[in-house]
Write a protein that binds this ligand. Structure first.
Ligand code: MEV
Length: 313
């Protein structure tokens, strides 16, 4: 049997992380960093880590629930990725997307629709964190600019927006690495849950404010209004600070580079040490980059990608 290869992109949450776990919307964009997996049929399956058998199990579970005829073929696999790991850019979601697509095809001998792969990948992502909203896997599979809302476990609205992020915005955005968080996304989601249980009214209000910000960010892109966009990036960051997902060192970094622009963490964040990548908007990107180089802080351009999950082989 022939080899199977799928690739999928990472993502940047422009607004709505954490709130999306509580049924609020998120606006997310796939980026041009990708992860791919190649499955090569073999006599014996060789797993490269302890997690993989669990991920494989969730594909088999999905097939059983669907009462699909399948054969658990043996394989070896190769993973390649340019998505930074554990820093809020959707590396584990892209991993779940390509493993789901690849193993579904390997075990059933047919290609699956993106919608179905997404259901399987969502179940798989729950292995990484059980309260996953599904926003990361959905964006990785669909690609482009996605407005996402989880109404119920069985009902999610995944809207591919008809407009793109204005070129002027893209050219002013940078992804700055505040460092790898000590906590996993699952732990950060759990921490917000603990706060929610303790201070329900306050956190509920913050979540509602995040929803407003998310909608305003969408409008700022539609209207191509950079100052409205900047204003809401700041708001989003302050609201994320309120729910305790930003570390002191990340706040300090944003303060130190504030004369170059405004930023917010993207993804699960981190409290103890670093908070992963920061989405940073700057009117003077060149000066900002010079400053970051001087401070030995790594960064990369923000390049949206309109390609989601792709079958490569
Ligand atoms: C992580 O990229 C986004 C979170 O909202 C978790 C989730 O939605 O599953 C923090």
């Amino acid at each position: 049997m022939k080899q199977i290869r799928y690739s999928a992109p990472g993502k940047v949450i422009l607004s709505g992380e954490h709130a999306v776990v509580y049924g609020k919307p998120a606006i997310v964009c796939a980026i041009d960093k990708r992860l791919s997996i190649t499955f090569v049929p073999s006599k014996k399956t060789i797993y490269q880590d302890e997690i993989f058998p669990q991920l494989e199990k969730s594909v088999v579970h999905f097939l059983k629930i669907r009462k699909e005829t399948y054969k658990k073929m043996a394989y070896i696999y190769f993973v390649e990725s340019t998505i930074p790991i554990g820093r809020g850019l959707g590396s584990s979601a892209a991993y779940c997307a390509v493993i789901s697509a690849g193993l579904l095809e390997l075990f059933t001998g047919k290609e699956w629709k993106k919608e179905e792969i997404n259901i399987c990948a969502y179940q798989m992502e729950k292995y990484f964190h059980k309260n996953a909203s599904g926003v990361d896997t959905s964006t990785s599979i669909m690609g482009g600019l996605i407005y996402y809302r989880k109404e119920f476990e069985f009902l999610k609205t995944i809207s591919s927006l008809s407009f793109t992020i204005p070129k002027q915005f893209v050219n002013s955005l940078l992804l700055i690495d505040s460092g790898k968080p000590e906590e996993t996304t699952g732990e950060m989601v759990q921490n917000v849950g603990i706060l929610y249980n303790k201070e329900s009214e306050k956190v509920e209000k913050t979540m509602n404010d995040i929803e407003k910000t998310t909608k305003r960010i969408v409008l700022s892109m539609m209207k191509e209004d950079p100052s409205f966009f900047e204003e809401n990036i700041i708001n989003n960051q302050l609201l994320l600070e309120k729910i305790g997902v930003v570390s002191n060192s990340t706040k300090k970094l944003l303060f130190q580079i504030k004369k170059y622009g405004v930023g917010k963490i993207t993804g699960g964040g981190g409290k103890n040490n670093s908070s992963g990548y920061i989405l940073f908007y700057s009117d003077n990107l060149e000066k900002c980059k010079k400053e970051l180089i001087k401070r030995s802080i790594s960064f990369m351009p923000f390049v949206p990608s309109y390609r989601g999950l792709i079958k490569e082989l």
